[in-house]
Every structure is written in C-alpha cells, then in structure tokens.
Design a protein around this ligand. Structure first.
Ligand SMILES: CCCCCCCCCCCCCCCC(=O)SCCNC(=O)CCNC(=O)[C@H](O)C(C)(C)COP(=O)(O)OP(=O)(O)OC[C@H]1O[C@@H](n2cnc3c(N)ncnc32)[C@H](O)[C@@H]1OP(=O)(O)O
Ligand SMILES: Cc1cc2nc3c(=O)[nH]c(=O)nc-3n(C[C@H](O)[C@H](O)[C@H](O)COP(=O)(O)OP(=O)(O)OC[C@H]3O[C@@H](n4cnc5c(N)ncnc54)[C@H](O)[C@@H]3O)c2cc1C
Length: 607
C-alpha cells in the first residue's frame, strides 16, 4: 500500500544512531550525481581535461585555456589511448613533429593503430583534445608529451582540416555508457602553434631545443593518479548503491519456511544470503574509509609537489594504482553478486542493477587495466624490498616490510574465535601474509639473471602479493578510522562489526594465502570462520539501518527493489505495465507471421 513503510519493522531493530552514520556517507550522492550527470554532457571534462591542463600546462597556458574550459567555451577530451595502445603509454604512436620554419608542431597518425580510440567526448562533442603524442625534433623521438589541439570549428562545430573524427560505436549492453561519445580520431598532418605543447614539465624552445623536465617525468602521468584516487571514492558509491538495493529487497523477499500459515522466511535470514551480502555491505564501508584516507594522502602529495618534494610520489602511484584496481574489482563483482542476491527480479531493468553494472564495470579497465595497475604495485614492492639490504627503512604503507624478518617468524596466537575481533591480531596476520608473499616473490626473482624476465615469469604471483598488500592497506585504514572519535549511540560498535566482517571475510576468502605462508593454522582459520558467522548475526538487525545510512533517495537508486518503503510487488507490476510492449494486447507481427502458422491445417495430426 502507498505510504506504508513495509520495512518499518526492520528499521525499529536498529541498535545505533542512523543520523550519525549518515554523516559517514555525507556528500556521496550529490558528488556522484554531479559527476555522472555533468560528465555525460561534457566528456570527462571535470575529471580529466581540466586537471591535465592544471598538471601539465605552464601558468601562462593555464591562464589562456582554463577560463575557456571552465566556462565551457571549449569542450575538451583527454585523448591518450590509441587503437593499438592504452596500457602502454610509452608505446603510443601519434607523432608531433616540430617544424622550426613555422614554429609549429605537425600532429600525425602514422599508422591505423595510432588512431586515437576511446577518449570520452571525442566522438561528437569535444572541440579540443589534450592529445598525447611522441615529440619529434630533428628526427629524434623525445617520448610522449601533451598537446592542445583544436578539433572542431567553434562556429559551426565542423571538424577542422586534417582531422577525422567518429564515435567508436555502441558499448557493452544498453548501458548508460552509450550516452558517452567515446571517439576515434586520426590526425593527417595537423599544424598547431609551438605554444600548444603543454610545457610545464618540459619545453621546446623557438630554436627547437628540447629542455627536459627537471622533475620526475612521471608527473606527466599526474592526471591518471588524480582520477584513480577519485575512482576509489566512486567505487564506494557504486557498491553501496547495489548493496542498498539488495539488502532492502532481501528483507522484503520471503521464500519457503512457512509453518502452519506463518509467513515465509525473509531471505535475508538465510545464512547463505548473509554470507554473500554482509561482506559486500562491509566492503562498501571499507572502501569509503580507504578512499577518504587516499584523498588526504593525495592532497598531501600535491602540497609536497608544490614544494618540489617528490618523496611520496612513488608510494602515491602505488597506492592509487593498487587501490583503484582492488576497489573497482570488488565493486564490479559486488554489483553482479547483488543482482544475483535479488533472484530473477534482479535481472529486470527496473531493479536498477543491470544498468548500474553496465555503467560501472569498465572501471576495471579505464584509468589503468586492473592487472597492469597491480603489476605497478608489485614493481614498487620489489623495489622496496631490494632497498632493505642497503638499510632503507620503508615508511607509510610499506612500513611493515621494514619488519619483514620479524614477520617471517610470526605465528598467530589466536586461541578462541573472539581473538579474531582484536584489531592488532588481524593486522598482524594481514601484515605477515603480505610480507611473506612479497618476500617469496623477491626471493624467486633473485634467481633470475635478467630481473625483467623474472618479473614476467612471476607476474601472476606478483599480482597476488600486490593484492595482499592492498588488502592490508584497506583493513588497516578501516581500523585506523575506528581509532578516531566517532559520536552517536552504537555507531562505533556497528562499524567495528563491519570492520571485523570485512577483514575476516577476506581472511576466509584468501585462506590459502594465510595457510601456505604458514601465518595461521587450519584451526585458527576455522575459528575465524566461526567468528564470521556470529558477526553476521550481529549485523542482521542493523542491516536495513546500515544501508539507510547511505542516505540514497529512491530517485537516485532508481530501483523498484531498493525502494525505501519496501513496497516492491505493486511497483514491480506497475513498472512492467509502462513497457511499450504492453500498449497492445496483440503483439506486432502476430497477424503476419504467427497467425498463418496457427491456421495451417494439420496433416494426419502433424503440421
Ligand atoms: C562520485 C564522485 C565522482 C567521481 C567519479 C570519478 C570516476 C571517474 C570516471 C572516469 C571516466 C572514465 C575515464 C577514463 C579515462 C582513461 O582511461 S584515460 C587513459 C588511462 N590510461 C591509463 O591509465 C594507462 C595506464 N598505463 C600507465 O599508466 C603507464 O603506461 C604505466 C603502466 C604506469 C607504465 O608507465 P611507464 O612509463 O612505462 O613506466 P614504467 O616503466 O612501468 O615505470 C617506470 C617508473 O615510473 C613509475 N611510475 C609509473 N607511473 C607512474 C605514475 N603515474 N606516477 C608516479 N610514478 C609512476 C614506476 O613506478 C617506475 O618507477 P621505478 O620502478 O623506476 O622507481
Ligand atoms: C569506458 C571507457 C572509457 C575510456 N575513456 C578514456 C578516455 O577518456 N581517454 C583515454 O585516453 N582512454 C580512455 N579509455 C581507454 C582506457 O584507458 C584503456 O582501455 C585502458 O587503459 C586499458 O588499456 P588497453 O585497452 O590497452 O588494455 P590492454 O593493456 O590491451 O589489456 C588487454 C589485456 O592485456 C593485459 N596486459 C596488458 N599489459 C600487460 C602486462 N604488461 N602484463 C600483463 N598483462 C598485461 C591486461 O591485463 C588485459 O588483460 C577508456 C576505456 C573505457 C573502457
């Protein structure tokens, strides 16, 4: 019935102050809607083009271009990826050849695989590209640099001479990503003034002299680092949306279990449903907290870079790359699991889950393929370990590697299931697992004469070690978050339950790592799983309140299954009747194609 809260009985069970918990999620919805609405209109403008100009353009160039971009007088596309190269930025083929006679760069796509391919907004709407091309001076290749290139007339939006642009076509499913005009672009000897090479990091003089960057060349990758840390925040919102829908529906849905006319069992009370759903609920909170930490770490990096302090740049790259990889994989897989948790109705568009999945899953690829990103983390871990011998004391997220010797002797002293509720017990187990996996890789790498050959041969193990390292970061940041003052009745306790669910679910899922590195015994692994089951019972009465805390409106969720009032069945039925297929009783084509078959005379009982 309209106006009735079918989940009121669930909300009355809450054992914590939901209003306070909502503060944890403050800002999610509007930031998300702003970004996803805005970026649908103007490519990735707020996320890529403008930050890239800020990162790579001189002050003078910024003064010229930023006001135009901010006021939408030009619409930019971050145009890096090509048909033949995306992950391997140093392999990009587009060229920008300096012509000293005219003081210009000539941009050209020398091969088909040099065609720019994927950049958001490039297909139909962008007027300018921040094009990444190989800088060529006197036949010498100085590697990939950024160039501002006008693509279309600002009068009639027609493409300019030498520019061939198109949309790359429909993408996965009917998802909203098809509102994004990811485009293709071929340059045919397009000339731009020399001052349209972004020259904050390195310059080309009027005489054609290349002035190399006096800062790490990787600062030219700064926009990708910036977006990766935002993608982690985005992952917490995408996952929390799916978890909100499937948790509310799990409390509404009843199936089996009726005795003597009693109501059937709420599927949220099945232990299998809890074992699939509650780790995702905990992961949404975990990713939220690590995204807050990562954002503050990134802001600290920016301040340091201003002061020419590059000391945390490698760690910032490793953390943004690794956490982008881990959190988008968890969110993408989690959204699909949430669909399955809703049974058949989860497959309906009106559930909101297929669309959420179709739009979200490319996050595992864009801004750095997730495996390639974990290999970057592995590279950083191996380098950190190689420097231990020279007395280098790792700090920050690799500080535990400075205690590798001690961690190699570690054995968990868990005796009872409840010992796994102690944060220090959990962190030590995760540190030991990560340290031993990385040290084992480093040990095996040392057997190879050529380190690159070793890295390739061991890359699958290295990805697992990088994953263990990143999961340790997320667990640690969840624990650190709860060491802060958190007001509100029962809020900290509930977050403590979620923290333990997150950590022990990972331990259970990756039990092979913990056992094969001899960090814990099978018995201790069994006790962790025992504790997990008990934690699910503790979170169960608070489940609806914990997803209410996301504070998502029905409009934002756009899901019949995730409605705040839980009034699912009438709305499912109502939604179905909006489908144009139901405008008529007899389907189009029936009379032409089906009826003749039905009318065919039977021959001896056969058609
Ligand atoms: C709700 C709120 C709304 C917000 C919502 C947000 C959502 C937002 C959605 C956006 C919507 C879609 C937007 C998609 C937009 C694209 O997809 S744009 C294109 C993205 N493309 C990529 O990410 C390409 C990935 N590839 C790369 O980054 C580089 O090729 C790689 C993989 C890092 C390799 O680079 P490389 O130059 O070959 O470097 P490599 O030889 O591996 O390493 C050399 C050294 O540089 C270091 N290094 C490499 N990279 C870096 C770096 N970035 N920094 C520092 N050091 C680095 C290495 O660690 C290594 O260090 P040492 O070991 O020598 O000490
Ligand atoms: C929706 C969407 C939006 C995008 N928007 C933009 C944009 O605005 N601007 C832009 O420039 N680009 C954009 N891209 C492109 C995107 O950045 C690239 O697709 C991404 O970086 C992955 O690169 P790739 O396609 O070359 O994948 P590949 O690297 O070719 O990946 C293919 C497979 O090879 C594996 N692989 C690759 N290298 C290695 C290695 N060294 N070791 C082990 N395995 C490896 C990968 O793990 C993967 O399994 C977008 C892509 C998508 C899907």
């Amino acid at each position: 019935m309209e106006g009735v809260d079918h989940l009121a009985h669930e909300r009355n069970k809450a054992q914590f102050d939901v209003a306070v918990m909502k503060a944890v999620w403050a800002g999610s919805r509007d930031a998300y809607e702003l970004f996803h609405r805005f970026s649908r209109l103007v490519a990735n403008d707020p996320e890529m083009f403008i930050p890239a100009i800020k990162a790579q353009a001189t002050e003078e160039q910024q003064k010229q271009w930023l006001p135009l971009a901010n006021k939408m007088k030009i619409i930019g596309s971050y145009t890096q990826t090509e048909l033949g190269h995306g992950s391997n930025v140093r392999g990009l083929e587009t060229t920008a050849t300096f012509d000293p006679k005219t003081d210009e760069f000539v941009l050209n796509s020398p091969t088909l695989t040099a065609t720019k391919w994927w950049p958001g907004g490039l297909g139909k709407i962008a007027t300018h590209a921040l094009a990444h091309a190989r800088l060529i001076i006197d036949d010498k290749d100085y590697g990939v640099h950024g160039f501002l290139v006008q693509l279309r007339s600002l009068d009639d939006h027609l493409t300019l001479p030498g520019i061939t642009i198109g949309d790359i076509g429909m993408k996965y499913g009917s998802g909203a990503y098809n509102t994004m005009d990811n485009g293709s672009l071929i340059f045919d000897h397009v000339r731009i003034p020399r001052n349209q090479m972004l020259m904050r990091l390195s310059q080309v003089t009027r005489e054609g002299k290349y002035v190399p960057s006096n800062v790490p060349r990787q600062l030219s990758y700064g926009t990708m680092v910036y977006v990766r840390q935002k993608i982690v925040f985005d992952a917490s919102i995408a996952l929390s949306r799916a978890v909100c829908i499937s948790t509310r529906y799990s409390a509404v849905r009843r199936q089996f279990g009726s005795h003597n006319g009693s109501p059937e069992t709420q599927v949220i009370d099945y232990k299998t449903q809890q074992a699939r759903l509650f780790p995702l609920l905990a992961s949404a909170y975990a990713i939220r907290f690590v995204s807050e930490w990562l954002n503050s770490f990134y802001k600290d990096l920016l301040q340091r870079l201003e002061a020419k302090d590059f000391s945390t740049l490698p760690e910032a790259h490793a953390c943004t790359a690794g956490l982008k990889s881990i959190t988008t994989s968890v969110a993408a897989d989690g959204i699909e699991e949430c669909r399955k948790l809703c049974g058949g109705h989860g497959y309906l568009t009106s559930s909101g889950l297929p669309e959420l999945s179709a739009v979200y899953i490319p996050a595992c690829t864009y801004e750095g393929d997730n495996v390639v990103m974990l290999l970057q983390v592995a590279r950083y871990l191996m380098k950190t370990i190689s420097q231990l011998k020279s007395g280098n004391k790792p700090v920050g997220t690799t500080a535990y590697l400075g205690r590798a010797e001690q961690l190699m002797q570690y054995h968990s002293d868990v005796l009872r299931a409840e010992d796994w509720l102690k944060p220090n017990v959990v962190v030590e187990a995760f540190e030991a697992r990560a340290a031993r996996m990385s040290m084992a890789c480093a040990q095996n790498l040392s057997k190879f004469n050529n380190p690159e050959d070793g890295f390739q041969e061991l890359s699958a193990d290295l990805v697992e070690a990088a994953t263990a390292h990143c999961q340790l970061i997320i667990v640690s940041k969840f624990i650190e978050k709860l060491q802060q003052d958190i007001p509100g009745k029962g809020v900290k306790e509930q977050l403590g339950v979620l923290r333990s669910i997150y950590a022990l679910f990972l331990l259970h899922k990756h039990i092979g790592d913990f056992l094969s590195t001899d960090c814990i015994t099978p018995k201790q692994g069994y006790l962790a799983n025992e504790q997990l089951r008990s934690l699910y019972s503790q979170v169960r009465p608070n489940a609806i309140a914990l997803v209410d805390a996301f504070n998502y409106t029905d409009h934002f969720l756009s899901s019949v299954l995730g409605r705040y009032d839980g009034n699912v069945y009438p709305k499912l039925y109502e939604e179905a009747w909006k489908d144009p297929l139901n405008d008529t009783s007899i389907p189009d084509g029936f009379h032409e194609y089906v009826q003749p078959m039905l009318k065919q005379p039977l021959h001896h009982g056969r058609l």
